[in-house]
Design a binder for this molecule. Structure first.
Ligand SMILES: CC(C)(COP(=O)(O)OP(=O)(O)OC[C@H]1O[C@@H](n2cnc3c(N)ncnc32)[C@H](O)[C@@H]1OP(=O)(O)O)[C@@H](O)C(=O)NCCC(=O)NCCS
Length: 252
C-alpha cells in the first residue's frame, strides 16, 4: 500500500489511491515494537532538515551571530574566501549539530521508554501508547504521559510517511483525548519543535491553542556543547487543550 494518500473521508474510514482503507487505533502490543521504532525514528529524522534549514528563517538572532562570526574571521584572516565560505559552513554546522542533538534524543528514547514500554508506560496511570493499524500494519503511534494530577501530555506523535494526510494523526490524537476525558484530566498539553506545517495544522485542527514559545530550547537534562548552542537553536511551541471547553471538537 505505497503512494500518496488522499484526503480523510471520515474517522476510521480513509481513502488512499482511490480505495477506501480502514484505520483502527488500539493500545500498543509488545510485537508492534519494531514498526513503532521505525516510524518514530523516521519521524525524528525528518526533524533534522526542518531544524537545520527551515528553522533558520525563524531565528534572526542566529543569522546575526553567524554574520558577526564571519566578520570577526574576516578581520583576523583578511581573506574574502572567509565570506564566500561562510554560508556553506553555517549550513553544514547547522545540519551536523541538528543531527547530533536529534540523534542523541532519539537514541535515548529508543533505548529507554520506547524499547522498555512495559516498565515506562503500561504500569503507570496516565502513561499509555496507542498505535494506528491498517491491514495488520502499524502506520502511526502516539503516547500519553501524566504531568500533574489534571494534566496529560501528548507526545511522540508520528505517522508512516505513506499514510500521511489520511487522518491517522487526528485518529490517534482523538484516542488520546478520549482517554484523557475518561480519566478526568482537565487538559492536554504538548510541545513541538517542528517548523513545518503538518504538526501545527494537526494540533490546531483539534482545538489546541498555542500558549507559549521557548526560544533556544533543549530537552530536559541535555548538555549541549558550545557548537550545538551556536548551530542548534529551536523554538519549542507549547500547545494546550482545555477538555471542558472543547468537548464537541474531541467527540466529532
Ligand atoms: C504531523 C503528523 C503526525 C501528521 O499526521 P497525519 O496523519 O498526516 O495528519 P492528518 O492526516 O490527521 O491531518 C491532520 C491535519 O493536518 C493537515 N496536514 C497534514 N499533513 C499536512 C501537510 N503535509 N501539509 C498541509 N497540511 C497537512 C491535514 O490537512 C489535516 O488538517 P485538515 O483536516 O484541516 O485538512 C505527520 O506529518 C508526521 O508524522 N510527521 C513527522 C513527525 C512529526 O512531525 N511529529 C510531530 C512532532 S510533535
Amino acid at each position: 500500500m505505497e503512494g500518496k494518500a488522499h484526503r480523510r473521508l471520515d474517522e476510521g474510514l480513509e481513502r488512499q489511491n482511490g480505495q477506501n482503507i480502514s484505520i483502527i487505533v488500539r493500545e500498543f502490543k509488545h510485537e508492534d515494537n519494531p514498526e513503532v521504532q521505525k516510524i518514530f525514528y523516521e519521524g525524528m529524522m525528518e526533524m533534522i532538515p526542518d531544524t537545520a534549514f527551515r528553522g533558520l528563517r525563524f531565528h534572526p538572532e542566529s543569522l546575526l551571530l553567524y554574520a558577526a562570526l564571519t566578520f570577526v574571521c574576516f578581520l583576523i584572516t583578511m581573506g574574502w574566501w572567509v565570506v564566500g565560505l561562510a554560508p556553506a559552513v553555517v549550513l553544514c554546522g547547522r545540519y551536523a549539530c541538528s543531527r547530533s542533538v536529534i540523534h542523541t534524543y532519539t537514541d535515548l528514547a529508543l533505548k529507554g521508554d520506547i524499547e522498555d514500554t512495559e516498565k515506562f508506560y503500561m504500569k503507570t496511570p496516565g502513561y499509555c501508547r496507542w498505535v494506528a493499524v491498517h491491514e495488520d500494519k502499524v502506520v502511526g503511534l502516539v503516547e500519553s504521559h501524566q504531568i500533574t494530577g489534571g494534566v496529560l501530555e501528548l507526545r511522540r506523535m508520528s505517522v508512516d510517511q505513506n499514510f500521511r494526510q489520511c487522518g491517522v494523526g487526528v485518529a490517534l490524537a482523538k484516542k488520546l483525548l478520549e482517554f484523557a476525558m475518561t480519566h478526568r484530566f482537565s487538559s492536554v498539553v504538548l510541545g513541538t519543535t517542528a517548523y513545518s506545517h503538518p504538526a501545527h495544522r494537526l494540533y490546531q485542527r483539534l482545538g489546541f491553542r498555542l500558549v507559549g514559545v521557548t526560544n533556544g530550547y533543549f530537552a530536559k537534562g541535555f548538555r549541549a556543547s558550545l557548537l550545538e548552542k551556536v548551530f542548534y537553536r529551536v523554538r519549542h511551541h507549547h500547545y494546550k487543550l482545555d477538555l471542558h471547553d472543547n468537548l464537541n471538537k474531541v467527540k466529532h
